[in-house]
Design a protein around this ligand. Structure first.
Ligand SMILES: Cc1ncc(COP(=O)(O)O)c(C=O)c1O
Length: 384
């Protein structure tokens, strides 16, 4: 009765089962994977946010496949405030970054065409690819005093049906930005092979040292840049995201026209959220200040605890909300995560969740409330 693209193994894995058991036990959990910003103790201007959703103009239906011009203007203003230019006409609004990915996959790929994704990386792509009949191939990142793209392996992964390269900038969970020389190489590879760059920038604003440039003005190859207020303003429940198209003019125009048709097929943006966009985007100032203070405090706590440990370290973080711990691989990361959950009431993600190529990696969220973060780490380090 059902399409084979949905023939997933929906059985929960051992760690998910252990988590369910823990939840039903009623014991307090120290959650070092906490990444829902609305549940991490940040203060939001609830009055301003709720008021922004009541614009009288929302009573009128004015469909625009790309999204209301005023909302797209708010996105253009966001980039202008970062010192980067994107034209209102080159933007398409979507309900989420995931929806933006789907639009791009539908635009670029026939069934069975391929896209390259980074590994380690965020475990969202497999399902997105399945529902869009796209195949994924992985290009490795390697760690050597910071994360780098293995360009040789990336080039070898390109097949006749490869249509694009996905970069997450900064990547989740490795927290590294794509370097300018890597961007130059990606442009060269993509333009030579008639492929596109797909840049996921949901964590762009969360750089720990110097602010980094967006892909939004990249013109060396056809480029799709995605972001949204899920992370930027810490408002994932509001469902406001976008994709920006840049690149050689003729390809860009053709891509925008076709994307407009895809967006017109769904018209998924609702009016209140679009009228609220300028206010919701402005919330990022207060949110990002709190979030960066939390990330810095947690990193300092992590480093203080690591200073007392002999065989555990953390990998360098340039931005984003996560830290990767390097631990002795004396058992599988999943076995360790289950033991931590069952015996120490701590939950974190084993590296294989993000497709780390071997055991010996744990991922912790740096937006966990600091007291929990500190207590959780103590329990982890006394177990390893
Ligand atoms: C790298 C990355 N891209 C996209 C998303 C999803 O964003 P959205 O809520 O806009 O779909 C996430 C969520 O965690 C993410 O980590």
């Amino acid at each position: 009765m059902f399409a084979s693209r949905t023939k997933w193994n929906l059985k929960p894995n051992r760690l998910a089962e252990a988590l369910e058991r823990h939840k039903s036990s009623g014991r307090r959990l120290v959650d070092l994977s906490a990444s829902n910003p609305t549940e991490c103790g940040f203060k939001y201007d609830a009055r301003a946010i709720m008021r922004s959703l009541c614009a009288p103009a929302s009573m009128q239906y004015c469909p625009d496949p790309k999204g209301l011009k005023s909302a797209r203007q708010a996105v253009t203003d966001y980039y202008a405030e970062r010192g980067e230019g994107v034209a209102v006409d080159d933007l398409i609004l979507t309900a989420s970054t995931s929806e933006a990915y789907s639009f791009i996959f539908r635009l670029l790929c026939n069934p069975g065409d391929e896209l390259l994704i980074p590994t380690p990386g965020y475990p969202l792509f497999d399902f997105l690819a399945d529902v869009n009949d796209v195949k994924l191939a992985r290009y490795p990142l390697f760690y050597d005093h910071g994360w780098h793209i293995d360009m040789h392996a990336l080039k070898q992964a390109i097949m006749p049906r490869t249509r694009g390269i996905i970069v997450v900038h900064p990547n989740n969970p490795t927290g590294h930005f794509t370097k300018p020389e890597e961007i130059a190489q990606l442009n060269q590879i993509c333009s030579a092979n008639r492929m596109a760059i797909i840049a996921d920038e949901v964590f762009l604003d969360f750089a720990l040292d110097a602010a980094r440039k967006s892909f939004v003005a990249n013109t060396g190859a056809l480029t799709f840049t995605m972001s949204g207020i899920s992370k930027i303003s810490g408002l994932p429940q509001m469902k406001f995201a976008w994709l920006a198209v840049s690149g050689p003019e003729a390809e860009k125009r053709e891509a925008v026209a076709r994307l407009e048709m895809i967006a017109d097929t769904y018209l998924s943006m609702n009016a209140p959220i679009q009228w609220a966009a300028p206010v919701l985007l402005r919330q990022r100032m207060a949110f990002q200040e709190q979030l960066m203070a939390r990330v810095r405090a947690n990193l300092a706590e992590l480093d203080a605890q690591l200073a007392k440990m002999q065989h555990v370290s953390r990998l360098a973080v340039e931005g984003g909300w996560y830290a990767v711990l390097r631990i002795p691989a004396t058992r599988s990361d999943e076995d360790l995560a289950i033991e931590l959950l069952e015996k120490r009431d701590v939950y974190l993600h084993p590296g294989h969740f993000y497709d780390f190529p071997k055991d010996g990696y744990l991922v912790v969220s740096l937006i966990t409330p600091t007291q929990d973060f500190s207590e959780g780490l103590r329990r982890v380090f006394s177990t390893i």
